[in-house]
Design a protein around this ligand. Structure first.
Ligand SMILES: [Zn+2]
Length: 417
């Protein structure tokens, strides 16, 4: 149990009050960010340079030191993808990090938007535009929390590092992966690392673990024939149906439960099915389907793969059909962040104080940028208040959540423990 000093409590109520007064400033910052298209070159965009330059100038204007560690990328103007680190010095050498990403995904079908994706639209508490939630919510709430401390002249116990990275939406090779590989000295296991890039609408999901991801393509090869003479063919659709049913055994063979996750079990879902023949009276001789596996961290993906192959081969062979299994994606989950880690406890206390709710450390189905920290033994927690509109048309965030999340981050910045 951490007892906060009187000064800390006093500081937090000052900061909290100040953040309430920043509503207009938060809306204006969202407007500036939304208007600067930061789609990465992998998705046909110009990259993050314009948005990064705007933020670098803003933060430098506040008196913060801002370092840039650009990842070389000849596809963008200037030849580099920006990775900014802004510093608010504290009383101690250990740090609190907030990692946000600069890039956004493309708007998709623009006809599905009710207004221009790159012009902020304000509708009551709603701010609508590409990136408002993913990941401008993180940028705005973390910057405003720092600004409140600056404006009030408060030096936090820990130094605050704001990392604003590129390339999160397309694999992070030119973003956090690059930063952490080339500047490993920036991060220490003692630091509190917060990644506001996922969460729940009621603010209570603190993500500490991921399932491993395994995507497989199964191709069944038989013999095409006329449907009236099945004895001359080898029907791959029938074999596929039996293989899918047989693969239900995976649920029993990898049956463990882990209460960190919802659902608490490994999942093995047949998903996409490629088209086979184009007419009713032909027996197909080739079928392709995909299996999306989300596996609890305690199971080895090699074993899962071996069992998928074993079960599928054995079943397909009964129909004289052969089989090929290819890995489309394989991401073994890193060691989870300890649910008792200081960053988790600090967030849970802050959420209780600000939102009046009990947050819970949990695992998710997989795939956050926090994995790059966890792979290096750096305990990171993923948390923010979301609307679940990321990547969708009419993406939005709520101003009330920006204020609330900024207060939560400020609470962590001020915490001594
Ligand atoms: Zn994101």
């Amino acid at each position: 149990m951490v007892i906060e000093g009187n000064e800390t409590v006093e500081h937090f109520s000052q900061v909290s009050e100040r953040l309430e007064q920043y509503r207009e400033e938060m809306i204006n910052l969202q407007r500036e960010l939304v208007s600067r298209v930061a789609v990465g070159p992998d998705q046909g965009g110009p990259g993050e340079a314009e948005k990064a330059a705007y933020l670098e100038e803003l933060l430098t204007g506040w008196g913060l030191r801002v370092d840039n560690y650009p990842a070389p990328d000849p596809r963008v103007a200037g030849g580099g993808r920006p990775n900014l680190v802004a510093w608010l010095p504290g009383q101690r050498v250990d740090k609190v990090w907030v990692l946000s990403h600069l890039d956004v995904v493309p708007p998709g079908d623009v006809s599905l938007w009710d207004s221009d994706p790159y012009t902020l639209r304000v509708d009551g508490d709603r701010l609508i535009g590409r990136g408002t939630e993913d990941n401008h919510s993180a940028i705005v709430s973390s910057l405003m929390a720092v600004k409140a401390l600056l404006d009030l002249g408060i030096t936090p116990p820990r130094s605050v590092g704001l990392a604003l990275v590129s390339d999160e939406e397309t694999g992070s090779k030119n973003g956090l992966d690059f930063l952490i590989t080339t500047q490993p000295q920036l991060f220490s296991p003692q630091d509190l690392i917060i990644v506001p890039d996922a969460g729940s609408p009621d603010s209570t999901l603190v993500e500490v673990a991921e399932k491993s991801i395994l995507w497989l393509r199964l191709t069944l090869l038989g013999k095409q024939s006329h449907a009236s003479r099945p004895q001359l063919g080898k029907n791959t659709l029938r074999a596929t149906a039996h293989v899918i049913v047989a693969l239900e055994a995976l649920h029993r063979e990898f049956a463990g439960e882990n209460p960190l996750f919802d659902p608490p079990v490994s999942t093995f879902e047949p998903t996409q099915k490629e088209a086979n023949v184009g007419n009713i009276n032909t027996i197909p001789g080739r079928d392709v389907f995909y299996l999306d596996c989300r596996v609890l961290p305690e199971f080895d993906l090699e074993r899962v793969k071996a069992r998928v192959e074993g079960i599928a081969w054995e079943t397909a062979a009964k129909f004289g059909v052969s089989l090929e299994v290819e890995v489309i994606q394989e991401l073994p989950s890193p060691t989870p962040t300890d649910p008792e880690a200081p960053v988790v406890k600090a967030l849970v206390r802050a959420i209780r104080e600000v939102y009046g709710r009990e947050a819970k450390p949990q695992g998710i189905g997989g795939g956050t940028v926090a994995a790059f920290f966890r792979q290096r033994g750096l305990p990171a927690a993923v948390w923010m208040t979301v609307t679940h509109s990321a990547h969708q048309p009419n993406e939005y965030c709520l101003v009330s959540n920006l204020v609330g999340d900024a207060r939560v981050l400020a609470h962590v910045f001020l915490s001594e423990g």
